[in-house]
Ligand binder design. Sequence first.
Ligand code: 5GP
Length: 181
Amino acid sequence: MIVVMCGPGGVGKGTVVARLIAEDPHLWLSRSWTTREQRPGESDDAYTYVTREQFETRIAEGGFLEHAEFLGNLYGTPWPEPGDDRDIVLEIDVQGAAQVLERAPDALFILLEPPSAEVQAERLRGRGDPPEQAERRIAVAQAELAEGRRLGAICIINDDLDRTVDRCRALIAEARAAALG
Ligand code: 5GP
């Protein structure tokens, strides 16, 4: 099963996904490729950081399940190889989600929404992006939410981390049960 986790920057996707992965050994987190620069303080394994040329070579080789350009940088999911039967978690943008849903219509698609635009803007400004990048991310957030809803995502307002994680866990359990028939 594939779990697609979407939501605009600053909504807390990374934190929710990290909790889900830490608590459920049957989940496997895909590490994306990106041409974006590593942020100050961002862990070395948050992404595989590559040049645009390396990324484009991999596109040409058909090496991505999905890929998209987001605010001038390329992001992509290499074809997943968990090496066992774990469920795959993708933390990607809505353009990527649309591509995954075309290939895997049964994927569980969760959209995290911020409790308010103010909270989200504060988080984005506080996390080390250049101010101009942060402002661009704030500007695209509403469009991302609208597109995620249009694609039929299950929406969760992330106003309480524990509750959000519980809700995601319940959705994953339901989807697993449904997959078993
Ligand atoms: P950030 O630069 O904040 O790490 O990521 C920007 C956006 O790209 C976020 O919405 C993030 O979820 C998304 N993203 C991260 N990895 C991928 C990926 O492999 N594919 C796609 N389509 N989006 C990704």
